[in-house]
Design a protein around this ligand. Structure first.
Ligand SMILES: [Zn+2]
Ligand SMILES: [Zn+2]
Length: 93
């Protein structure tokens, strides 16, 4: 399991990894092509379609991919993740 993170609104909670567009969904509304999934380590992740396409475009180039992920990636708590998913019409169990 991932280390808990400290959320301003939800306290100590499970961390999830999203692109900054998904992180901004509460303010900016739904993103195009919202995609939520559980990664190999059992963590929730979500990305907008544009970021997902960019990540796929880096295939084989881990360095470029990691740099991009570092730039657009945001760590948010699981409850914030659920809220962002709900805004995008997806229910997270
Ligand atoms: Zn994005
Ligand atoms: Zn939170």
């Amino acid at each position: 399991m991932p280390d808990p993170i400290s959320c301003d609104r939800h306290g100590s909670n499970t961390g999830t990894y999203v692109c900054r567009h998904v992180a901004a969904a509460k303010r900016d509304g739904p993103v195009d092509g919202f995609d939520a999934f559980i990664d190999e380590e059992g963590n929730w992740q979500a990305m907008c379609g544009a970021c997902g396409d960019t990540m796929i475009g880096f295939k084989g180039d881990d360095e470029a991919r990691d740099a991009f992920a570092g730039e657009v990636g945001r760590l948010i708590c699981l409850d914030c993740f659920r809220e962002a998913a709900a805004i995008n019409g997806v229910e997270i169990p």
